[in-house]
Every structure is written in structure tokens, then in C-alpha cells.
Design a protein. Structure first.
Length: 132
């Protein structure tokens, strides 16, 4: 097997691969972490506080979306409809999701195409309560 040397760049990280077959029991190589495609989600909703309060609702949504969009796994697209469907899996009584918007660089977009060299990363979730 051939092990090719890697070149260090200003944004690379050096990693040691430890194995006794190497001189000094390790081989160092450089890698460049994936870039992040940052975006935010804006959710318009109304709520009946008889069933759930605002804080609990927001916390549940943020936790769930973080599981999908704060990750090291590449996905080709982030779509409004996907976000809506993810939120709907919570099945929270007393909450109606009226609209979901994706924001990239401060602009509303209907979807985000994520280049192969990047990973989608959720920066923040913005909530807008209707009738507040």
C-alpha cells in the first residue's frame, strides 16, 4: 500500500494516524474540514397556551431542528417543505405552523443548494407569533 504525503495549508488541520507499522508509531496527515453553508429558519405560528407555552414549543422545535441541521453530514438541499415536515413530527397540540422561511445571507430563499464541499449548518431559529 502506498501512503501519499499531504500538504499543510492555512485552513488545514494536522491529524495523527497511530499504528505501529509506521516509524514513530504514527503517520501525520493534513485535512481541510468541510466548509459550512450557514442558514437560519423563520417560523410563523399561532399557539393556544392552554396546551403548551411558548417557551416549551420553541425549545422543542429548536432541539429537533438542531438534530437535523447541526451535523457533519452533507445533504444536497435544505427545503422549506422538509423543515415544515420535520416540525410537524412533533405533533404538538395547540400549535399551528403557518409559514416556514429559509434565510441565507439575510435573504429569504425557497431552498438552499448545498455544494458538495460544504455542510448545511443551522445558525438560528427565529419565531414570529401571529396574533401576538
Amino acid at each position: 500500500r502506498i501512503i501519499c504525503p499531504t500538504v499543510s495549508t492555512e485552513n488545514s488541520v494536522s491529524i495523527a494516524y497511530k499504528n505501529e507499522v509506521f516509524v514513530g508509531n504514527e503517520h501525520r496527515f493534513n485535512l481541510i474540514p468541510f466548509g459550512k453553508e450557514k442558514f437560519s429558519i423563520e417560523i410563523r405560528y399561532n399557539i393556544d397556551n392552554t396546551y403548551i407555552n411558548d417557551f416549551e414549543f420553541k425549545e422543542q422545535v429548536q432541539n429537533l431542528l438542531s438534530m437535523y441541521y447541526v451535523t457533519e453530514k452533507h445533504q444536497d438541499y435544505v427545503r422549506e417543505n422538509d423543515v415544515y415536515n420535520i416540525i410537524e413530527t412533533l405533533n404538538i397540540t395547540g400549535v399551528n405552523i403557518l409559514d416556514v422561511n429559509l434565510l441565507q445571507n439575510g435573504e429569504k430563499v425557497s431552498y438552499i443548494k448545498v455544494p458538495l464541499s460544504r455542510i448545511a449548518e443551522l445558525e438560528k431559529v427565529l419565531f414570529e407569533k401571529e396574533g401576538a
